[in-house]
Design a protein around this ligand. Structure first.
Ligand SMILES: [Zn+2]
Ligand SMILES: [Zn+2]
Ligand SMILES: [Zn+2]
Length: 202
């Protein structure tokens, strides 16, 4: 288990969740229609179901980020927005150096990784991105979690996709361990590496 910074969130905004919320491609209804495509595709960048979901989430998530920033009186500057957009443009976790490269390609301006780190810090604090400690990389998050909510990240070693889930059972069990040790966590994150549903051999 890895502890990362806790993300602030807005209470009213919290989405109703199924017991375990994975990415939509894993939902039974979706799986039926998506299965043939998965069997055929090579899971290259852009072809993966994780990538499709990211692209689907992006417009709404960016609009929500704008709205949340306005409400909190903080600024989603052009650079902050560009970094968030870059994270929604991929299904892979990106580090500060990766992001500097992506942005340099788009803007033809070199942005120092330290600047990107500050932007990522802001985006993490606002709950728009998560840092994966095992990768030292960041993924966008459209969920606007409640403060201190426990997240489970399933990180695929083949396609690079990251499925994010919440589970009251896991949160309850970890909460009991934390309470028993009278430990004050900054945040609760579980990172599990392996093969996603699309990449694992059938
Ligand atoms: Zn999240
Ligand atoms: Zn995968
Ligand atoms: Zn994938």
């Amino acid at each position: 288990m890895t502890i990362i910074d806790r993300k602030p969130s807005r209470d009213g905004r919290r989405q109703a969740k199924a017991e375990v919320r994975g990415h939509a491609a894993h939902a039974p209804a979706d799986r039926a229609s998506a299965a043939p495509a998965h069997a055929a595709h090579a899971h290259d960048a852009g072809a993966c179901a994780h990538a499709a979901e990211r692209a689907r989430e992006a417009p709404q998530a960016l609009a929500l980020a704008d709205e949340i920033c306005r409400e909190r009186g903080v600024r989603l500057t052009d650079l902050r927005r560009s970094v968030l957009e870059a994270l929604y443009d991929t299904h892979r976790p990106l580090g500060a150096y990766d992001l500097a490269e992506v942005l340099a390609g788009r803007t033809r301006k070199r942005i120092a990784p330290i600047t990107i780190y500050r932007v990522l810090e802001f985006l993490t604090e606002q709950g728009f991105v998560h840092r994966l400690a095992t990768k030292n990389a960041f993924v966008a998050c459209p969920h606007a979690h409640a403060p201190g909510e426990m997240n489970v990240f399933l990180i695929c070693e083949a396609c690079g996709g990251v499925d994010e889930a919440t589970s009251p059972q896991v949160a309850g069990a970890v909460g009991a361990v934390i309470a028993a040790h009278r430990f004050a966590p900054r945040g609760q994150v579980l990172e599990i590496e392996g093969l996603c549903a699309h990449c694992r051999p059938r």
